[in-house]
Design a protein around this ligand. Structure first.
Ligand code: ADP
Length: 237
């Protein structure tokens, strides 16, 4: 099992609460995520996992509480206190996202989908294409750069989505049921490739999963129940 620096968290949630109208989705979450760890977030459907991920990633500003983010390169920021535009820019530069259904742009090729976050961040097109092609190759997709998402299998499309999420070398990868739409063989394949890349790069991962086999790939798991964290425990990497 690898050693994780537990002294200075990269993400730290304190007293995070969030409601959607009358629904209290999060009822006071305290959570530290450590640099380089792969954290699995488990729990029943509707327990608040996605809302927590959205608060940690600055997609949502929580109704109460704070989320702070400390990357190696910059001073800590209170994400929950940032405006929408600042959160959006932080997401682009520092975070990567993979969702259950890859959410690739259907009219763009695999290569163009992967290049997009780099181009949005101002990378030169030739360099963006080069880095994207490299990453697709690492994910076993060298022959598929020119394919549209509709021409790919579910597992191939998720690998493209993972390449798109990692091409900017994010400090944190947020994954919401990244293999939830795949059969178990494809899921294991996609997960293994994803974790090889993040462990090599030292990327921190926050991954929602309802599947204990998927969670077993993580360094640690926490369980969300009814908007609260119940005891998590370390699991073998
Ligand atoms: P999980 O990811 O564990 O399935 P969610 O975080 O998606 O749980 O949802 C937690 C609770 O908040 C649920 O009761 C859900 O119905 C509610 N909820 C989530 N998003 C919204 C929303 N945009 N509008 C209204 N209610 C929501």
């Amino acid at each position: 099992m690898k050693t994780i620096d537990t002294t200075s968290p990269i993400l730290s949630a304190r007293g995070v609460q969030h409601s959607f109208g009358p629904t209290e989705a999060l009822r006071g979450i305290d959570l530290d995520v450590h640099p380089g760890e792969v954290l699995a977030v488990m729990g029943p459907s509707g327990s608040g996992k996605s809302t927590l991920l959205h608060c940690l990633a600055g997609i949502l500003a929580p109704g109460r509480g704070t989320v702070s983010y400390a990357s190696r390169a910059k001073a800590p920021v209170n994400i929950s206190g940032l405006g929408e535009a600042e959160r959006s820019s932080l997401r682009l530069t520092d975070f990567g996202f993979v969702f259950q259904f890859g959410q690739l742009l259907p009219e763009l090729t695999a290569l163009d989908n992967v290049s997009l976050p780099l181009l949005l961040g101002g990378t030169k097109r030739s360099e963006a294409l080069h880095r994207s092609a490299d990453l697709l190759a690492r994910l076993g997709l060298d022959g598929f750069s020119g394919k549209l998402p509709g021409e790919l299998s579910g597992g191939q499309a998720q690998r493209v989505a993972i390449a798109r999420a990692l091409v900017t070398s994010p400090a944190v990868l947020f994954a919401d049921e990244p293999t939830g739409s795949l059969d178990s063989l494809a899921a294991e394949n996609v997960l293994t490739l994803m974790l090889d890349l993040v462990r090599e790069a030292g990327t921190t991962v926050v991954m929602i999963t309802h599947d204990a086999r998927t969670a077993a790939y993580a360094d640690r798991e926490v369980v969300v129940r009814d908007g609260r964290l119940s005891a998590g425990h370390r699991v073998a990497a």
